[in-house]
Ligand binder design. Structure first.
Ligand SMILES: *Cc1c(COP(=O)(O)O)cnc(C)c1O
Length: 393
């Protein structure tokens, strides 16, 4: 049986997979089973931030695999401690980290910290978490309920109690009460449709929450790891949240989920844990990825790549206004609003046929999350393929 047949027979069919099967990658270029090459403007949904088959990450991983990969969290783990130091330093926040394995798990950890903090903080138990209507926070029972999109709340109940949804940032204030444990937001909603929040509104929210001693959780699972120009989008927005979650881009393809918080003493031994989280393998990946991205940031190369990509995208948008209504995003998390969902579906399919991979977000957004190491040549090639892809539309 070929992969498609094996998948159909033995894998639960939870994804609408296409027919493509990639066998290798090199930076932002992918090769499929037929030997056909594709430019990857997706990074595997914002994960492969330093490109496919990054030689430095691979060398670090191979060296680590030769020594030790896992011991459990009952012992000291050098790469985990170093990864935490690298992440805290890159962010500039006075925080400490907990290591899990996915974005959803990081958000679960954030919610646990907020709830325990709410329990200790004053007489009334604070348990409510306010999130936004178009948010996406994960697929576990709790994070699916934290996700504000109603369509995600079909089946699977009863859900944990205490999630409250605000239409937008400005609507949060009216929902705060004595039971509010935290507010959790994405600064740029990813799955919701590349939807950046307004900077001044976010700053006003931060000020309001600080005055009420309510922690702000920023879900940076998609925005973290220099995707928006700084290590966290919180830095881009000029805010200091109490809790930040990271995952996708900081492991470069090795599963990792991280909660970082300035509420360092809320959790005590036994309150939270993970068998795999922060083991030698995943932490080594984090150390290597963050080191590479730090260098790109300091050298100015990250900024150059982002400027080049955005200049190309602007031009693509300007010359195709019959298909697109708006360009959105920050840094290398960007999108184009497509005039309707059918046109978006045609663009996605034509793009694939012409050798460039792009993403959908929300109902009508063509989303771009290229590797942060993508070269000018790869960017040129990708936009050339996109131009051909839409020429018949
Ligand atoms: C992808 C994503 C998640 C879920 O991450 P998983 O690793 O799939 O659990 C949560 N929040 C945001 C903002 C995301 O983009």
């Amino acid at each position: 049986m070929n992969t498609k047949e094996l998948d159909k027979k033995y894998v639960l069919q939870t994804y609408g997979r296409g027919d493509i099967e990639f066998v290798s990658g090199d930076n932002a270029t992918l090769t499929d089973t037929e030997g056909k090459k594709y430019i990857d403007f997706t990074s595997g949904i914002g994960v492969v931030s330093v490109g496919h088959a990054n030689a430095r990450v691979n060398a670090a991983l191979c060296e680590q695999i030769g020594k030790i990969t896992h011991t459990s969290n009952l012992y000291n783990i050098a790469p985990q401690a170093k990864a935490a130091e690298a992440i805290v330093n890159a962010s500039g926040y006075d925080m400490a980290c907990f290591f899990g394995n996915s974005g959803a798990e990081a958000n679960e950890g954030a919610i646990k910290i907020a709830r325990k903090h709410g329990e200790r903080d004053g007489e009334i138990k604070r348990y409510k978490i306010i999130t936004l209507k178009h948010s996406f926070h994960g697929r576990t029972i709790t994070t699916v309920k934290a996700t504000g999109q109603e369509a995600m709340h079909n089946y699977f109940g009863p859900f944990p109690d205490g999630f409250v949804y605000a239409d937008d940032i400005q609507a949060i204030e009216a929902l705060l009460d004595d039971h509010t444990a935290a507010v959790m937001i994405e600064l740029i909603q990813g799955e919701g449709g590349v939807e950046p929040q307004d900077k001044e509104e976010v700053k006003a929210l931060e000020k309001l929450l600080k005055s009420k001693h309510i922690p702000l959780i920023v879900d940076e699972v998609q925005t973290g790891g220099y995707r928006t120009g700084e290590f966290t989008a919180s830095q881009v927005y000029g805010i200091t949240p109490e809790i930040i979650t990271l995952a996708k881009g900081v492991g470069g393809g090795v599963p990792v989920g991280i909660v970082m918080t300035s509420l360092k003493s809320v959790l005590s031994p036994g309150d939270h844990g993970s068998t795999f989280g922060g083991n030698y393998l995943s932490s080594t990946a984090v150390c290597s990825v963050v080191e590479i991205l730090n260098e790109l940031k300091v050298s100015g190369e990250l900024e150059n790549t982002s400027t080049y990509f955005n200049t190309k995208l602007d031009k693509f948008y300007e010359t195709n206004k019959k298909l697109f209504t708006q360009k959105v995003g920050i840094g290398m998390m960007c999108g184009l609003r497509v005039k309707d969902a059918d046109t978006l579906a045609s663009i996605m399919s034509n793009a694939k046929d012409n050798g460039v991979m792009v993403l959908r977000a929300g109902r009508n957004t063509l989303r771009f999350l290229p590797p942060l190491t993508i070269t000018k040549e790869e960017i040129d090639e990708g936009f050339k393929a996109l131009a051909t892809a839409i020429s018949s539309l």
